[in-house]
Write a protein of this length. Structure first.
Length: 314
């Protein structure tokens, strides 16, 4: 599947040169049964390209992987279908190959050529709403898998940013991926949709508005780490700090694959429905207190929860 699967929050690992790093991970059962695989090699002339993002697309479905040091890639657990396979990396444009996958078979030799000279550019300003100006990260991600494109990440300087050497294609622009206390203004996303940028050797301006995040208190990991905190109950009480400019709160709990199992939103844009509305003066709620969770929380399993501050029913 994806690396990570679409919707999954990756766990960062700090690796120190010359030292062994040991990290434990939880494997998830793939929802795809009798899937096939796609393999191939990525080259720039006579040189193998390592660390490039590979995406196999079929309509609104996509699966991803990353090339190894020899340029070889594997995408496993792919449903039977025909896919357009493309490689993404800063400074390089890519050709596209068609790969037909059958159940329980490998579609091999789907080799790709990368060509240097990607000349696109995305730049803009970040406005800080009701919060002190700071430094945030900005990145370009794949529209379907949401994988960050290798090399297309930067940080703001005096509230401005520029991402150069962008390959041709359409991307979602993201601001403030980092655990830095800032979040993109959700109201803008609801009204305007995802911030898409399309590059064809051109320059695109994409501005962002960010604001302060709601501070979570329990259960949550420390801000300095992305390693999940372990709890021993399957109906935890979620708590957070009061947010000054809010009318109420919305809670969302999702599994490791990004599937919302409690709360969150339904619909899109102006038709967005808040599935759970929490009063402004209520700063805690027990999981599944309304009985509408689609699944129970399982011990020794990773989940994500977050709180949205809502203003005037938006």
């Amino acid at each position: 599947m994806g690396i990570p699967a679409a919707g999954t929050t990756p766990v960062s690992v700090a690796v120190e040169l010359g030292k062994e790093t040991v990290s434990d991970y939880m494997m998830q059962v793939s929802p795809v049964t009798n899937g096939g695989s796609i393999t191939g090699k990525v080259m720039n002339g006579e040189t193998a390209v390592a660390g490039a993002l590979i995406v196999a697309e079929n309509g609104n479905t996509a699966f991803s992987s990353v090339t190894a040091v020899d340029g070889v890639y594997y995408i496993y657990n792919v449903p039977a279908a025909t896919y357009n396979v493309k490689v993404y990396m800063s400074s390089f444009n890519s050709d596209v190959v068609s790969a037909t996958v059958s159940s329980n078979t490998e579609s091999a030799d789907n080799n790709l050529i990368m060509t240097e000279g990607a000349a696109g550019e995305v730049s803009g300003l970040v406005t800080f709403l009701a919060v002190e100006n700071g430094v945030v990260d900005v990145s370009l991600t794949h529209k379907i898998t949401k994988d960050t494109i290798p090399g297309l990440v930067t940080t703001t300087e005096a509230t401005a940013y520029t991402i150069s050497n962008v390959p041709n294609g359409s991307y979602i622009a993201r601001a403030s991926y980092g655990n830095d206390g800032y979040v993109v203004d959700l109201d803008w996303i609801i009204k305007n949709g995802e911030p898409i940028v399309t590059i064809n050797d051109n320059v695109v301006t994409r501005n962002f508005s960010v604001t302060g995040a709601v501070e979570l208190t329990s259960p949550t990991n420390e801000a300095s780490t992305t390693v999940p905190i372990e709890i021993t109950e399957n109906t935890p009480v979620f708590t957070w700090v009061a947010y000054s400019s809010t009318s109420d709160y919305i809670i969302e709990v999702s599994d490791i694959n990004g599937n919302v199992i409690w709360g969150g939103f339904s619909g899109e844009g102006i038709n967005l429905t808040r599935n759970i509305v929490i009063a402004k003066d209520q700063l805690r709620i027990e999981f599944n207190s309304d009985g509408n969770a689609s699944a129970e929380l399982m011990l020794n399993t990773v989940y994500r929860w977050r709180i949205f501050a809502s203003k005037d029913d938006v």
